[in-house]
Design a protein around this ligand. Structure first.
Ligand code: NAD
Length: 468
């Protein structure tokens, strides 16, 4: 079995202790992960701090080239990383699975290389000149979740390094192996200490987020943990980007053709078996087409093969871990007990792996846990409405505000309604699509700050205003 190592100051570090990483498709062992300690976190931060002195002084072109090189080696090693990702995360190799995720990693690294942060001139006249400079912050701590482990890691790493910072990444203990291997690969094109990786239990997270030599924390994960990160970072007033949970609503307007939108709605809700922050997690459908939309979704969904991601025929994989599987099962059981009608799935199967079937629930109402909480699994509750304003109010009643979508034949009407959603992103006739230059982030309790594009890059810098 492959041995995995943390990377600190460009060196492989293998503590004597390891923990098991489970393959969610089989329940078997995916690999053994180094169980790092607080000392390892401290060593990684020290290495990143030492490397910052030189890295922050490198020319813009050198840092740009580093991102291009990262994109290149990600491409050269994509298949190995995709297979490892499928083994520990469960998502299929094909479709919108591991190879797609590696493609995203390359695209984001390459795009970040081309972003510019030029000096801005506020004033330049015979009284003087005022310039705005963007300077790197120092050591960035990156903490990532288990749903899109590599893509999210690159969303953190590439802009941090492009802007002249150094990084310590701590992946989720559920999916640490692909990140460890990716960091090794990226270290072949980066100076020692610029990118370090530590793995271990959740308890090493606070060591990193409260470390006095960490200047910024970029965290993607649950809202609950995000609040702890914010509290821990407060002691030294660290900069924060928090990309947290979502409970995205989709609103289907009465003029929509159910057959035409079924595929888009399905993938908006079920990509990565629903384990995506900006998945559609509640669908509001107008009463006049409610039954037709339900039928069209069942027709489409029943043709989607789910199974072991290593089998190229499968397009959806298991829920990633036992705890999440239990949560999904519990929320569906609660909905059934409260009157939800199962259109598809809805029963946890026996057997190996955490396979929860594609589940469509009708006659669901606000107030049921499956609507009010983030299910983060392959389940879509379909809620009936009669008044568009009322649907909008219900969509906006969540404490979350990551994304939302409106579906209609009339793009302008849909866009006008989408702009009234309380969400960081809004889509018309699609849900969840991202672009490396389109700012992404949550409002309300879905997060703080923005990722991607120039706005995202700026979050890895501090302004220095020069009056001369
Ligand atoms: P999680 O909050 O349980 O864990 C995220 C990371 O935080 C892991 O690496 C974990 O080890 C670490 N961690 C745990 N306790 C910590 C602490 N006290 N201090 C510091 N770090 C700590 O989240 P998860 O279950 O891995 O991911 C699922 C959640 O992430 C969902 O709510 C989902 O919506 C959200 N998510 C959001 C986005 C986004 O961009 N908004 C993207 C992906 C996932």
């Amino acid at each position: 079995m492959t041995a995995f190592a943390m990377t600190i100051d460009g060196q492989p570090i293998t503590p004597s202790e390891t923990f098991d990483v489970i393959n969610p498709a089989t329940g078997g062992l995916a690999g053994k992960c180094p169980a790092g300690s607080a000392e390892d976190v401290n060593a990684a931060v020290a290495a990143a701090k030492a490397a910052f002195d030189e890295w922050s002084q490198q020319s813009d072109e050198t840092r740009r080239q580093a991102c291009r090189d990262m994109a290149r080696v990600l491409g050269e090693n994509a298949e190995e990383l995709a297979r490892l990702l499928t083994t520990e995360q469960g998502k299929p190799l094909g479709g919108l699975g591991s190879r797609f995720e590696l493609g995203g990693c390359q695209a984001w690294a390459a795009n970040t290389a081309e972003l510019e942060l030029p000096v801005e001139v506020v004033k330049d006249d015979n009284e003087g000149r005022i310039e705005i400079h963007r300077k790197p912050l120092g050591v960035v701590a990156s903490i990532t979740p288990w749903n899109w482990p590599l893509m999210i890691a690159i969303w953190h790493i590439a802009p941090a390094i492009r802007a002249g910072n150094t990084v310590v990444i701590k992946p989720s203990p559920y999916t640490p192996l692909s990140t460890l291997r990716m960091v090794e690969i990226l270290n072949t094109v980066l100076p020692a200490g610029v990118l370090n990786a530590v793995t271990g239990p959740d308890s090493i997270g606070p060591v990193l987020t409260s470390h006095p030599d960490v200047a910024k924390v970029t965290f993607t994960g649950s809202t609950e943990t995000g609040k702890k990160v914010m509290a821990n970072a407060a002691g030294t007033l660290k900069r924060l980007t928090l990309e947290l949970g979502g409970n995205d609503a989709g609103i289907v307007l009465p003029d929509t053709d159910p057959k035409q939108v079924a595929e888009g709605i399905f993938w908006g809700a079920f990509i990565n078996s629903g384990q995506t922050c900006a998945c559609m997690k509640r669908l509001y459908v107008h009463d006049s087409i409610y039954d037709e939309v339900c039928t069209a979704l069942v027709d489409f969904a029943s043709r989607i093969p789910m199974g072991d991601g290593m089998d190229e025929n499968n397009v959806l994989g298991p829920v990633q871990n036992a705890m999440q599987f239990e949560k999904v099962r519990e929320l569906v059981e609660d909905a059934k007990a409260n009157g939800a009608r199962v259109l598809l799935g809805g029963e946890a199967p026996q057997g190996d792996g955490y396979f929860y079937p594609i589940t469509l629930l009708a006659d669901v109402t606000d107030g049921m846990r499956i609507v009010d909480e983030e299910q983060f699994g392959p389940v879509l509750p379909i809620i009936r409405y009669t008044d568009v304003e009322d649907a909008l109010t219900r969509a906006n009643s969540s404490s979350m505000g990551l994304g939302g979508s409106v579906w209609s034949k009339n793009i302008d009407d849909a866009a006008a309604l989408a702009l009234r959603l309380e969400s960081g992103s809004a889509w018309v006739n699609s849900h969840g699509g991202l672009h490396p230059n389109a700012p992404f982030g949550g409002v309300k309790q879905s997060g703080i700050g923005t990722e991607f594009g120039v706005d995202g890059l700026k979050e890895f810098t501090a302004i220095q205003t020069l009056h001369r």
